[in-house]
Design a protein around this ligand. Sequence first.
Ligand code: TYD
Length: 209
Amino acid sequence: MNLGYFISFEGIDGAGKSTHIDRFCSLMKSRFPNREVVVTREPGGTELGEQLRSLLLNAPMNIETEALLMFAARREHIAQVIEPALTAGKIVISDRFTDASFAYQGGGRGLSLDKLNDLERWVQGQPDGTLLEPNLTILFDLPGEVAEERRSKARAPDKFEKLDLNFFEKVRQEYLRRAKENPNRFHLVDATQTPETIWDGLERLELRI
Ligand code: TYD
């Protein structure tokens, strides 16, 4: 039985989600002192997953190989980290989860959503027929050009961050499509706002934990 609470952070590269995760984790700890909080990320979160991450973010590969490796890393992550933590009643905060595969491999790269749905069911299917999914997904949304400008001022780009504006606009649109399809799970953040304004909004978020 799942007694915990699962939160994912999503958005195109440069949207600013990473800026808020640590602070959000501290907020959860102070708001729910009786709950343990686990912070993790995808691709990654396990020893094997981190090895796959470094391949995924650096090595050129076929689109389907990329999707399969994302989901392979996710399977390991769920088995080793997410499921045990949720069963133990912990709050799990993941920097990206399956919405990123739909947005990047589906929207951005153009892999068929049917194939992604199959992988999702394979990797996240529960014995009762439901999917293991975040209870809440915080989506940092902003136009591709603004994100590109922010990225150019940050560190050296990885394989995804080198892709063009058109790619990131398609990623953004797929994120927004999924948000529209799952209004109860998604919380949309206008990431063009200042970090302070964004933080005020996150602090006021009502969580049914
Ligand atoms: P990211 O989460 O942005 O980490 P950092 O802030 O350290 O760069 O990097 C992960 C990259 O992997 C990001 O470009 C999105 C991509 N990605 C996918 O393409 N598909 C996925 O399923 C996941 C989880 C990530």
